[in-house]
Ligand binder design. Structure first.
Ligand code: GUN
Length: 282
């Protein structure tokens, strides 16, 4: 069997087009949604992400506000900026790019963002709402993965899903989203025993570990749907967390890297910003 490739790039382009149409309708009523992105320091990968977030924000007709601060910015200054953005009615979404410099208390920063403008879904109130099954801002990468899974599989009820990785950004919210869709969810991590055996039982595998080609082809259940969240730079190219050449021989469907989950993250960020703007003006 050769796996179907899940075209996240095309799905994301379609989602952005839908967001763009809704933004146009809001603008016709005099409301332009705005997204503020805050970057502290000069992490090269973060700079690339922030630039492309700004470009895509403008492409869908929203206002993009970029705030770049030096790495040595005192935490109090960043909190002051967040306070200003919270109070600014032109700003509907606020994203503080991670990672933050080591001297900052990440939780204190993320929890300073107005939960209604927390388009990353990282504020503890949104984390709690998601876990409690309430309406929440949902983190963009797992939300994008969920959209791809629903598109591939339809109803996820009763499916065995394995999430590999337990980060606050991907693994934990991914598990909550799959539970909300009635999948049977296992969360694996660096201390999990018998990971290959667990994986062989999974109808859905979401790999978010941050190690190149960590998930081997012979761990995949024939016909399974594999979502590869990893973006790892090797000598010559970008590869995911799944050994994709081998997994493609076994899986039913798999996201490529690049062109799978990556483009969905920014598209979902724009969708969350639109939602925040609609709520703020509704
Ligand atoms: N760094 C890596 N992924 C993300 C993300 O989804 N949001 C933010 N704010 N920072 C990140």
């Amino acid at each position: 069997m050769t796996a179907r490739l899940i075209d996240g790039k095309a799905f994301a382009a379609d989602l952005r087009a839908r967001v763009k149409a809704e933004v146009a309708a809001m603008r016709a009523k005099g409301i332009t949604p705005g997204l503020a992105v805050v970057l502290v320091g000069e992490d090269p990968a973060s700079q690339v992400y922030v630039r492309s977030k700004g470009r895509m924000t403008r492409e869908v007709g929203m206002n993009s506000f970029e705030h770049r601060l030096p790495a040595e910015t005192p935490q109090a200054d960043l909190l002051t900026l967040i306070g200003r953005l919270n109070a600014d009615p032109a700003v509907n979404g606020i994203l503080v790019q991670l990672p933050l410099p080591g001297h900052m208390d990440q939780s204190a920063i993320l929890d300073a963002v107005d939960p209604a403008k927390d388009v990353d879904g990282f504020h503890v109130l949104n984390v709690g709402r998601l876990a409690a099954g309430q309406k929440a801002m949902v983190p963009c990468t797992p939300l994008g993965c969920l959209m791809l899974l629903r598109d591939q599989l339809g109803d996820l009820a009763g499916r065995n899903a394995l999430v590999i990785g337990r980060s606050n950004i991907v693994g934990k919210p991914m598990a909550q989203l799959l539970l909300r869709d009635n999948a049977t969810v296992t969360v694996a991590h660096s201390r999990t025993a018998n990971l290959p055996d667990l994986c062989r039982r999974a109808d859905i595998v979401v790999a978010a570990v941050g190690h190149a080609r960590f998930v081997k082809g012979d761990w995949i259940k024939p016909g399974a749907t594999v979502i590869d969240v990893g973006i790892n730079r090797t000598d010559d190219r970008l590869v995911g967390d799944v050994d994709s050449d081998a997994a493609r021989q076994v899986a039913g469907a798999i996201t490529p890297v690049p062109g799978g989950v990556g483009p969905m993250t920014i598209a979902c960020l724009l969708a969350n910003t639109l939602t925040a703007a609609a709520r703020a003006n509704g």
